[in-house]
Ligand binder design. Structure first.
Ligand code: NIG
Ligand code: FE
Length: 401
């Protein structure tokens, strides 16, 4: 006896082999929070406690936002104004603004305050069918404040959370001109303590002229490896420091941004099994011109994931559906590649491919119902939200309007 089925549905399983892995007039069955069967209605047989009529909706896997900085305090609207008057993101960062400005406000916030603001923001993700979100630290930059961010992230409700330690996000003011010393504190104190408290699913760093050097990044990654933690990297966003290749050498789950990555970097990612996470929100909001090498990613068969990169400085973007549209209009992805980027490949970028990202028997029953005629509409529309229902671990989620 199955717990429930959804019928009268078209199902974008996102399995390989056919466009969207589509099943027309399909049935999806759920038992004990997992998908127990998915296939064409005419092949369905079995007994079930509850039948849900999807009324012709499309069902996709629950969406995965694999790169966010959702926990922080304050905003950076003034910095946006400065940039529109001609200052660049890098200039603002070097003048003590940028990430470090958010660090000041985040340090001043309590764990409960950080949780409450992040929880409020998160409603928009759930409304748009997101069931898994990754959340990074990196606006605390002291042991205590980094732990506070991670603890707040782990307390978020209504969504599955993966936390990433990003102590090497920016150099805090008190370490001015002493970046090696700060990296030592990250490696010797902060990361071990966060790992010990079991607050860390992965370790990230910002490898950039205004972030940390490849050498410093490697030290952070070596420490992560010693703790048995997978790594990810903010790589080649504003310049090519060889971040894509560096991440791949460590078998990183993902390298993210990648606008300035070389073809060699992308080739290295293919060897390292590293997912390319594209963040069109940051590209758009920083008014970047250099496009990520999408053709090389396709040629070397590097899986492409997409994410909001939600943060107050470079991507104050709260819509994963808008990310799909931007990935198509700005980066030339197809709507199917875009949907794969927030399902199958988003899960891969978090190491969650066994349980998430596709609709297949045995996977967690995370899915969303959409009032669309084709799945391409999810990327096509701008500012619409056709999400009709969100199911996580087999449970229909309450959606605040
Ligand atoms: O992913 N690049 C570094 N980190 C963020 C921006 C953080 C900020 O500006 O506050 C990013 O774009
Ligand atoms: Fe980021």
């Amino acid at each position: 006896m199955q717990d429930a089925i959804w019928l009268n549905a078209n199902i974008a399983t996102m399995r390989d082999g056919s466009p969207y892995g589509a099943i027309h007039d399909g049935v999806l069955a759920v038992e004990s929070g997992r998908i127990s069967w998915v296939g064409p209605r005419k092949e369905w047989q079995g007994q079930v406690r509850v039948e849900h009529d999807a009324r012709g909706a499309w069902i996709t896997p629950g969406l995965v936002d694999c790169h966010t900085h959702l926990v922080y305090a304050g905003d950076r609207a003034e910095e946006f104004e400065l940039r529109l008057k001609g200052a660049t993101y890098e200039e603002i960062a070097r003048a003590g603004g940028g990430i470090v400005a958010t660090v000041r406000s985040t340090r001043a916030a309590t764990e409960d305050e950080l949780l409450a603001t992040a929880q409020g923001r998160l409603q928009q993700w759930v409304r748009e069918g997101v069931t898994v979100v990754e959340v990074k630290s990196g606006y605390g930059l002291t042991l205590e404040a980094e732990l506070r961010m991670l603890r707040a992230a782990r307390r978020l409700k209504g969504i599955t959370v993966r936390t990433t330690f990003l102590g090497a996000h920016a150099l805090p003011e008190e370490y001015k001109d002493r970046s090696d010393e700060y990296i030592r504190a990250v490696c010797d104190e902060m990361l071990p303590a966060a790992a010990h408290e079991r607050l860390v699913d992965a370790v990230d760093a910002f490898c950039e002229r205004i972030g940390f050097s490849p050498d410093q990044t490697a030290r952070v990654f070596d420490t992560a490896k010693r703790h048995g933690l997978p790594v990810k990297l903010h790589a080649d966003q504003l310049s090519d420091l060889g971040g894509a290749a560096l991440a791949s050498r460590y078998g990183a789950l993902s390298a993210d941004h990648l606008e300035y990555s070389s073809e060699m970097g992308i080739k290295a990612m293919a060897h390292g099994g590293t997912v390319a996470v594209l963040l069109p929100g940051a590209f758009y909001f920083l008014r970047e011109k250099k496009l990520p090498p999408v053709d090389a990613m396709r040629r070397y068969r590097v899986p492409i994931a997409l994410a909001t990169d939600h943060n107050p400085g470079s991507s104050p973007l709260s819509s994963i559906l808008l990310v799909l549209n931007m990935a198509c209009t700005l980066f030339g992805l197809t709507p199917e590649e875009a949907l794969a980027g927030v399902t199958r490949n988003g899960a891969l970028a978090l190491g969650m491919q066994d349980s998430h990202g596709m609709l297949d028997a045995g996977k967690q029953a995370d899915f969303a119902l959409w009032q669309v005629k084709t799945p391409a509409e999810l990327a096509y529309a701008i500012g619409a939200n056709p999400c009709a229902q969100v199911v996580r671990a087999g449970q229909i989620q309450p959606i605040a309007s």
